[in-house]
Design a protein around this ligand. Structure first.
Ligand code: NAP
Ligand code: 3JN
Length: 342
């Protein structure tokens, strides 16, 4: 049978969640060659059916015995569930692509952005688990990879402006309700975030570490070094939650090893895989979170020289955090896996 005719049995663990739902959307939009789709979630979801290509597929309870006959298992049910169930899936013969932070920094687990280090997938054989990076890391590296290859990057200084959808459905509801209450003159309630998120910016994503950074900030540092296979690269990250529903934005400053002009960066990114250059400031064209929503590409613009250093470039990078930041990147990894390895 030719490669093109092969189909695969896929499980989605966390199928009822924000990321799991987006995985179904991406599998459908990209016409992933499916033989069977198995949808897994908690006992709370038993009885639910999810739509896929016009069919209604019942949700089953995620358990260690859920993976018989599965070729590829896409996990987005949180790190605790990945730690508990991904080894069982691997043991049953599936290759796991995991969206959580559970395995990202394990030496024997590949951490993959398909536009950046697809070759790393080959090491999946060690544990049959491949990790998907954090959303903020993914979009930054999609934009930086062509520059890294051309002139080298010594140091990155990044500040993020992250949408509430990164925290999940409850956070989306919290922002909506706070906006409504603010306009109505009612007192604002916060349960998901430690402070009001409507009309505010919180320099706090995930928990604080003893070094004063948050886990989200250190994910960007450590994951970038692993994906670029460059333990010497300097990275300084500040991650901020902003009152945006979908689409993370990032201000990215880099110091390159060799000189590159803003025009040369634009020329590189114009043709880069997974990138859409949106950079015509005279006509008010630059990447916007609202334009990134629903798109597969990472939008890059505001490319200019950092005039305070010899070899510096500034840029603004936007991507749909639920798609390229999570579901799409996972499905892209699965696509390479079935095309080149299974
Ligand atoms: P969510 O909307 O809260 O969905 C969570 C999913 O996990 C639901 O399907 C839920 O099922 C399932 N689940 C929770 N507890 C379970 C259990 N005990 N057994 C089986 N299933 C269980 O969260 P989300 O926003 O989709 O995020 C899910 C995970 O994806 C996150 O925890 C994170 O690890 C990862 N993520 C990664 C990125 C990234 O940057 N790459 C971004 C966002 C999220 P029920 O509906 O039945 O409760
Ligand atoms: O906050 C965001 O914008 C991204 C959130 C990612 C996230 C949320 C809950 C748990 C992660 C992640 O992927 O790093 C995790 C986790 O698995 O640690």
């Amino acid at each position: 049978m030719s490669q093109r005719e092969r189909t695969f049995t896929v499980a989605v663990a966390g199928a009822t969640g924000a990321v799991g739902g987006a995985m179904l959307e991406v599998l459908e939009r990209r016409n992933f060659p499916l033989k069977e789709l198995r949808l897994l979630a908690s006992e709370r979801s038993v009885g639910k059916k999810l739509k896929f290509k016009g069919l209604e597929i019942p949700v089953q309870v995620l358990g260690k015995d859920s993976f018989a006959g599965i070729d590829v298992a896409l996990f987005s049910a949180g790190a605790a569930r990945s730690l508990e169930f991904a080894p069982a899936a691997a043991e049953a013969g599936a290759v796991v692509v995991d969206n959580s932070s559970a395995y990202r920094m394990d030496d024997d687990i590949p951490l993959v952005v398909p536009e950046v280090n697809p070759h790393a997938i080959a090491a999946y054989t060690k544990r049959s688990i491949i990790a998907n990076p954090n959303c903020s890391t993914i979009q930054m590296l999609v934009a930086l990879k062509p520059i890294y290859d051309q002139v080298g990057i010594k140091r990155i200084v990044v500040s993020t402006y992250q949408a509430v959808s990164g925290t999940g459905a409850n956070a989306i509801e919290e922002l909506k309700k706070q906006v409504h209450d603010y306009v109505a003159g009612n007192p604002l309630e916060n349960k998901v975030y430690p402070h009001q998120i409507a009309f505010n910016c919180l320099p706090h994503i995930d928990s604080f570490l003893p070094n004063g950074y948050t886990k989200e900030e250190m994910k960007m540092v450590n994951e970038t070094r692993k994906i670029f296979e460059d333990s010497a690269i300097g990275i300084s990250a500040t991650t901020v939650r902003v009152p945006v529903f979908y689409g993370h934005s990032e201000s990215v400053n880099i110091e390159t090893r060799n000189k590159i002009t803003p025009q040369e960066v634009k020329d590189l990114l114009k043709d880069a895989h997974g990138v859409k250059l949106v950079d015509d400031p005279q006509n008010n064209q630059y990447p916007l979170a609202v334009d990134g929503e629903g798109k597969f590409e990472t939008l890059v613009g505001r490319i200019r020289a950092d005039e305070s250093i010899e070899n510096g470039i500034n840029m603004w990078v936007v991507s749909d955090n639920i798609l390229k930041g999570a579901a799409l990147n996972t499905v892209q990894i699965a696509e390479i896996l079935i095309r080149d390895y299974l």
